[in-house]
Design a protein around this ligand. Structure first.
Ligand SMILES: Nc1ncnc2c1ncn2[C@@H]1O[C@H](COP(=O)(O)OP(=O)(O)OP(=O)(O)O)[C@@H](O)[C@H]1O
Ligand SMILES: [Mg+2]
Length: 375
């Protein structure tokens, strides 16, 4: 990965600063570079949502670059008190908060998540029991709320767990990605974070979920990052500002595939202090995953989940879901072609498993184990 949020933020800041000063030629070149950086990040985005957000941000920057070009050509003078667009944005800042803050009431519960029994128990103790038994928690001085970091390889159920936490405590779920917090405007990331925490605090119980937490931290120490300098401390400050004994409870859940990239400061007590390793499924969990994902599909008698789950060591929950879908496609395609609509057979599933290696590579697993052991 050659580009980062930090690089983007640096280019964008230079561009917008030059724009505000009326140095439109400089503004244009930095804004174009920032937009290119965002487009490159869009190509690498893990989800369609993130890709779309990145593309929108790039388009906005290109518009601003075109604007700079036009202003330069017409010999325009620097605007007084910020650009027209900047003022426009500030004026409706209250109204646009809702555009990117996504509120949800997830309907996934712990029962929908295979395995991870230790993880669930740790979460119940830290986050669910104190909410469910508030008086007792108060009596014993048990804190409610706070920050937790879920880390582990891709496709192991981190996002599902974050949703399930919100479901189990009947909290409003706020999802944010680093991409959403950034904007083409300098200073708006800070406003965005403030609005997000305000919206969450207005609910009786809420969970804020920040995916790709590591993206807020610069990739290299030398990449002097304005994102790191401004956004991370602000989130930390908001986290420390939680009143953990108040009626209104707020939980902050971060998730990452690359926990070693996080800044030490984020992991200190009172911040993302509970670090929970969400690892690959063990044999009983793989059995449950097969039950969940083959559950409602027609299966031939020769399919034996016990045998299959031995052969699936190293596969993630997402891999197993994907295998079930692809195995179902084989008899489906045959049926479309006019053959009998037969059940999914052992051979279909085995063929798919053989053609699909696990998505997580063993070298990465060693890294997660080391991080979990605090090394
Ligand atoms: N433990 C599990 N139980 C049931 N389904 C699972 C489990 N783990 C993964 N899955 C399946 O894989 C999909 C992806 O899971 P999820 O989005 O929670 O992974 P993640 O750990 O957040 O991955 P990433 O790190 O890539 O964001 C889920 O939608 C689900 O279909
Ligand atoms: Mg996820």
């Amino acid at each position: 990965m050659t580009v980062s949020y930090a690089t983007f933020d640096r280019l964008k800041t230079k561009g917008v600063t030059a724009y505000k000063k009326g140095d439109y030629l400089t503004a244009k070149s930095y804004l174009v570079e920032a937009a290119e950086c965002m487009l490159e990040m869009a190509e690498q985005a893990k989800t369609d949502d993130t890709r779309r957000q990145h593309e929108e941000l790039a388009t906005e920057l290109i518009d601003l670059a075109k604007d700079s070009d036009r202003l330069h050509a017409s010999g325009a003078k620097p605007p007084k008190g910020g650009s027209g667009r900047q003022r426009e944005k500030e004026d409706d800042s209250g109204a646009d908060a809702g555009d990117w803050i996504v509120k949800d009431k997830p309907d996934i519960g712990f029962n929908d998540i295979a395995g991870l029994e230790d993880v669930k128990e740790e979460i119940r103790l830290k986050m669910i029991y104190p909410f469910a038994h508030r008086e007792l928690a108060q009596k014993y001085g048990i804190n409610t709320g706070g920050g937790v970091l879920l880390f582990g390889p891709p496709g192991t159920g981190k996002t599902m767990i974050a949703k399930a936490i919100a479901h189990e405590i009947d909290a409003t779920f706020f999802v944010v990605s680093p991409a959403q917090m950034l904007s083409k405007w300098v200073g708006e990331a800070e406003q965005n974070i403030r609005k997000l925490f305000e919206a969450a605090k207005a609910e009786e119980t809420s969970v804020i979920f920040l995916d790709e937490t590591e993206a807020l931290v610069p990739k290299r120490k030398t990449d002097s990052s304005t994102v790191m300098q401004r956004v991370v401390p602000q989130i930390l400050q908001e986290l420390e500002g939680f009143d953990r004994k108040a009626d209104r409870a707020l939980l902050f859940v971060g998730a990452t595939n690359r926990p070693w990239m996080l800044d030490e400061a984020m992991l200190r007590p009172g911040r993302l202090d509970a670090k929970i390793y969400v690892g690959l499924p063990d044999a009983p969990a793989r059995f449950r995953l097969l039950e969940i994902y083959f559950g409602d599909r027609p299966l031939a008698d020769d399919v034996d989940f016990g045998e299959l789950c031995d052969g699936l060591d190293g596969y993630s929950g997402a891999d197993i879901n994907n295998i079930a879908q692809r195995a179902a496609e084989l008899p489906f395609m045959e049926a479309i072609a006019g053959k009998d609509a037969r059940a999914i057979a052992r051979k279909d599933i085995v063929a798919v498993i053989e053609a699909t290696p696990p998505s997580v590579n063993p070298a990465d697993l060693v890294r997660y184990d080391k991080f979990a052991a605090g090394k």
